[in-house]
Design a protein around this ligand. Sequence first.
Ligand code: FES
Length: 634
Amino acid sequence: MPKLIIDNIEVVSPEGTTVLEAARSIGITIPHFCWHPALGKAGACRVCAVKLLEGPVKGIQMSCMLPVQEGMVVSTDDPEAMELRRLVIEWLMINHPHDCPVCDEGGECQLQDFTIAGGHGIRRYSGSKRTHLNQDLGSFIEHEMNRCIQCYRCVRFYQEYAGGGDFGVMGSAGRVYYGRFKDGQPESLFSGNLVDICPTGVFTDKTARFRARYWDYDMASSICTICSLGCNTTPMARYHELLKVTARHNEAVNGWFICDKGRFGDLGVNAPDRPRLPLVEGREVGWDEALETLLRRLGEIEELYGTGSLALVGSSANSLESGILLAELATAVSAAALCYFVDENEAAVTLAAVSLLETAVSASMPDVEQADCVVILESDLREEGPMMLLAVRQAWKQGAPVFLVGKAATLEQATAVGIEVIALGFIEEVPLGIFANPVIICGTKNSSVSDIAILALAEAKLAFLFKGANSYGTAVLSREQAGISFQKAISTGKIKGVIAVEADIPAELLAQMPFVAALDWRVTDPVRSARIILPTTSIVEMDGTFINFEGRGQRFNRVMTPGLPLKDGLEPGGHPSRAHSRLVPGGDVRPAWQVMAELVRLSGGELIREPLSGRWRGLATLDADGSGVKVSPP
Ligand code: FES
């Protein structure tokens, strides 16, 4: 590996590394706009100039284009290099509107940072500026072309990385324009990444426009809950309102990007009608009264219908902590049925797939990107895990053939990311044996237990796409705690009372239940049917743990304190309440696992302060900013 010196620091970098990357590896940031870790180099912006003092190359060079060589001596702060960078930035800024004070990117703008850092503070150019007409790019992305510095990142991501065909670069010379042929929402499932990848304010998140500056946000490291992939995110909130979600880099999971569902999907966190106070028969009560009433009602149910009449129902979207407490509570209140899943097929298929993953080799998204053959089996990845489709495209770009097998494996998903595929009827027809590193991606929504069993014989890495953010962890708990599905539990006809913990139980199943209680933060069918409602925190209002599709445990941190969004509690005249209170209105909600821990204590058990004990202990101290850890089989 070549050894070189950058700013008097010796660096050894792998062959093929650029000088810019080598500098980053030792904590030296060379200004850059067109270079991006996921997209590589383009040599378009000319702002990454450094001076090579000694060695095989000499003089001013663009560090993003220059591979490291033995004996190079590089200076990033040589006066000549710095002066060139200053002039390039001044030139890039000639047509820029210099509108930082009113630009929504202000404070999180790479152009702003490098411009100021490079010493360009006064505009000398007094001619008229080139201006563009902007496009209406739909509900989520704002377009402001006048801020563009022609770095080509957007089009390189959209077309090359994500395979989109409805967005591109048009014009020439000084009239280069990035946009669509006509107004309208970009078609790519990953268009929101334009917001993150643009180093200036050409593409900004319309959903949060002018609601806060970067330094105003409450933000923390979190996990997307839209599917089971576990993509890392940074949600941003202000005044108890979730305003936007951005991608968070995790090389072991989602790389630099997330899908539009995860970025723009409305989870209901800000819903003004979500449960925010404990309710008993529609009456607002304190937490103590609600919890005691619930336990008393459970006793009455048992007296009326006999033992074995209560079911506790969780979900694959519950945090691992909630799942653990569900079993503790079931024991404490002698519930007859502990249900981690509502649907029998979801339970059976998820358990079968997780058991198989404990012995087979599971594939992460980076594994899929590196595969030399990819099989998409009975799944439309646009539905079950969009970011997996982006990983499949990266493998295809490297030459891996992509096979679609089964009715659910639609051709439209291939069109969505611009890849060619081979459609086959059966998995046995795929010539897996001729490949060194094949991966099979199997959806569980349209698969059966026998479909999963066949894969035990396949000589390939396996990736199963599940329904919930914590399906893997839920399946492990369900197996360990002998859980059964709610569908199966009620088929006996004995269940007369249900406690639904953030569980989506259909209204028709609840209609048979004389008593329903719900722990939830959403307005769901169980909440609508519940006699007792205990309001819980959403994912952005709590710390917790999920285990993703490949068995990787990941922590997420609390982004914001719970409470009614300030804008929903304004007094007439638009002023926030002047009444002084220590309590945030609507903020007295608790993580579901803590509510269950309190119920366990009130039932005579120990108060559980840390659910992640025993085999889960290692996850309790996991850094949410790390890569996560694979959960090992028991
Ligand atoms: Fe090197 Fe743009 S980052 S030319």
